[in-house]
Every structure is written in structure tokens, then in C-alpha cells.
Design a protein. Structure first.
Length: 363
């Protein structure tokens, strides 16, 4: 069954039928639907090998005009990756994979003075840019502009509420991995310190993972309540340690908070891992001695590019009815804050002392 027979049945040219079957935005939606119905009735099935070859030939033929992806910033900064170590590593992964596949990246700042979604749409159309990469948004509840819904779009993270294809760190599974690891070492009273920002950006995956793991592995709800923190402050952490006496802490927070957390533990005169085990889950653990899980930003960036290329090859433009979400596991960093636990080792108590100013300090 060839496209020529479908074209004759539909009263259209073979090129129009070919474009419609490839879901080209150049063909009206009603025409594409009519052609698909005719193709289905006639028993049309595409030749996979031929489709692959033609996609390659079309891509090669149009490469000078289309070999560019836009990188859209919804942040207050035009290039947020220049101000964030986390985003800079994702961007580096994007650039490396895009260059390997023959594309270049061009930044676009949606919040640039004078820029509107409609104007950006015109710029993208004029430059033949069909694919857009996005870093998400600082505001978790932001929406993707409706004027840009004709592009193929891939974002990273869970911010932006509009259904989009996205690459996401596997927060839920990573929390389980950390708990399984400390349990295998003999720790039996894991406590979770969870940053408010991380809790929101993970869509509560860390909290769900901790409670679910405790129920299934320990056989009961979590014995130690989760300590939620916006900023790492000594009084609530010291009081929580003294009251609940965890033998290991899973610390989930922004990497900028790690120096302060380390100083806090030293002030409490806690030896790691002798008195307390610590696992950190964060964007970056470089330069610390913490054991834990660090985000694989280069892979997040590379996968974003690969997913975008696949969507363009499949002519998957516009807001997806069924978004694809790919999950990236973090990398385990073998630090110096965990050790195997003796089977019958008594844990030292953790007390809180008051200094002259009435603030909590180590005992």
C-alpha cells in the first residue's frame, strides 16, 4: 500500500499525504485526520526502514537551516546556568550531546524586556527552530506559554505545570536506595531531614519514599518524625537529634546548605560516623566528605537532547497528550560518614546543652 493510492482516494497530492502521515504542522488538523482515516481503511502500514532512511535524508538536507535548538529561560536571568553549578552541569551535558548529534544551542530569554511569547514564536519560525529545551522555572507553578505550543519541547525537573516531555531525577527511588544502603550496613533508626525547597521540587517523592520504606522494611510507620527545614538552623536540628536519637541521618537539602550542616554537627560534638551516620542527597557533593547521592547532571542534559531529537524525528510537536518522563538515577559518592554497624552496638545518647546565649550547643 503506497501513499499514492491514499492520495488518489483523498483527492490530494502524494506530498500532502506524506506530510500528513508524518504529523507535519503545515497540514491542517482536519486534513490530517481525514487522511489517517483513509489510510486506516485501506490498510496502510508505514515501512519502518524506509521511514528511518527518509528521516535521515530530510534531516541531512535541511541541516543548515534546522540544526539548532532553542534553550528557553523562564528564570529572571537570561542564562541561569552561569549562576548555578547544578544548571551549568546540565547545560554542559546538553551542549556535548547536541554537538555530537550535529546541533547547536541558542539561548532565548522569555522574560527579556520587550520579549513576548508571540514575538518569540515569530523568531523561532523565522529561524526554522522546531525544538526547544527548557531548564524549568524558579516558580514551581509556572505554565508553558500557549503561543509556543507548536514546538517540540523538553524540560528538566518537575516545575512548570503544563504537561511537557521532561527529564527528572529519580527522587523516590534514590531515597529508597539510600535507606536500603544504610539498612544493609546495620543502621536501624534512620531519620530524615528534608529541605522545604527539595520537598516541593520533588512533588513530595522524598517524604513518600521515607514513609513507604519504613512501613515495608521496618514493618511499621516511621519511628522518627521527618524534620522539615527551610534553612539549616542549629536549635531545631539539635533538639530533633536529642529527642529521637537516630543512628543515621538522611539529609536532603540544597548543596549550599552542606557547609552549614557540617559545622552544626561539629558544634554538637558528633563524630561521623562513630556517633552518627550521615547520608546526603543533593545536587553536588564535591569538596565534602559526606557519603551520599549526587545528581547526574551531564546525563540529564544529554537525555534531554536525545528526547528532543526523537520527538522531532517523530514529528511530535505541540503539547503532548501523553508526556514522556525519563528518570535519571543519582550517582553514589563513597564518602567518610558511614560504616558497618556491630550487631549489638549501643548507640551513644545525644544531648543538647545551652550556651551562655541560650542557644543549643554540643554536649
Amino acid at each position: 500500500m503506497s501513499t499514492r493510492r491514499i492520495a488518489a482516494e483523498a483527492g490530494l497530492s502524494p506530498s500532502t499525504v506524506s506530510l500528513a502521515l508524518r504529523n507535519s504542522p503545515k497540514i491542517p488538523a482536519a486534513t490530517k485526520q481525514r487522511i489517517r482515516k483513509i489510510a486506516q481503511r485501506l490498510g496502510y502500514r508505514p515501512d519502518g526502514k524506509l521511514t528511518e532512511l527518509m528521516s535521515h535524508l530530510r534531516l541531512t538536507r535541511t541541516r543548515p537551516r534546522e540544526a539548532c535548538f532553542g534553550v528557553v529561560s523562564l528564570y529572571p536571568d537570561a542564562r541561569p546556568w552561569t549562576r548555578s553549578l547544578h544548571l551549568s552541569r546540565i547545560y554542559a551535558g546538553m551542549v556535548a550531546r547536541a554537538e555530537a548529534l550535529g546541533y547547536r544551542l541558542e539561548p532565548f530569554w522569555l522574560r527579556e524586556p520587550g520579549m513576548t511569547p508571540r514575538r518569540m514564536r515569530g523568531i523561532l519560525d523565522a529561524r526554522g527552530i522546531e525544538g526547544l529545551l527548557c531548564f524549568g522555572s524558579r516558580e514551581f507553578s509556572d505554565e508553558w506559554p500557549a503561543e509556543l505550543d507548536r514546538s517540540a519541547v523538553v524540560t528538566q525537573g518537575l516545575s512548570i505545570q503544563t504537561p511537557l516531555h521532561r527529564i527528572v531525577s529519580h527522587d523516590y527511588h534514590d531515597l529508597w536506595r539510600a535507606l536500603d544502603r544504610v539498612h544493609a550496613l546495620g543502621y536501624r533508626r534512620p531519620g530524615l531531614i528534608l529541605g522545604d525547597y527539595e520537598e516541593i521540587r520533588s512533588a513530595h517523592a522524598y517524604l513518600s519514599g521515607y514513609l513507604g520504606w519504613s512501613h515495608l522494611v521496618l514493618g511499621s510507620p516511621a519511628a522518627i518524625p521527618v524534620l522539615h527545614l527551610d534553612r539549616v538552623e542549629e536549635p531545631p536540628v539539635a533538639a530533633w537529634l536529642a529527642q529521637h536519637r537516630p543512628d543515621v541521618v538522611i539529609f536532603v537539602h540544597h548543596y549550599d546548605a552542606l557547609p552549614g550542616f557540617e559545622t552544626l554537627l561539629k558544634r554538637q560534638r558528633l563524630r561521623l560516623p562513630e556517633d552518627l551516620g550521615v547520608v546526603v542527597i543533593s545536587q553536588n557533593l564535591a569538596g565534602t566528605h559526606f557519603s551520599g547521592l549526587q545528581e547526574n547532571q551531564p546525563l540529564i542534559g544529554a537525555w534531554a537532547v536525545e528526547l528532543l531529537v526523537s520527538r522531532i524525528m517523530n514529528r511530535d510537536f505541540g503539547l503532548p497528550a501523553h508526556p514522556r518522563i525519563e528518570l535519571v538515577e543519582r550517582q553514589w559518592i563513597e564518602g567518610r560518614t558511614l560504616r558497618a554497624q556491630p550487631a549489638a552496638r549501643a548507640r551513644p545518647s545525644v544531648t543538647v546543652r545551652k550556651n551562655a546565649a541560650g542557644k543549643s550547643g554540643g554536649a
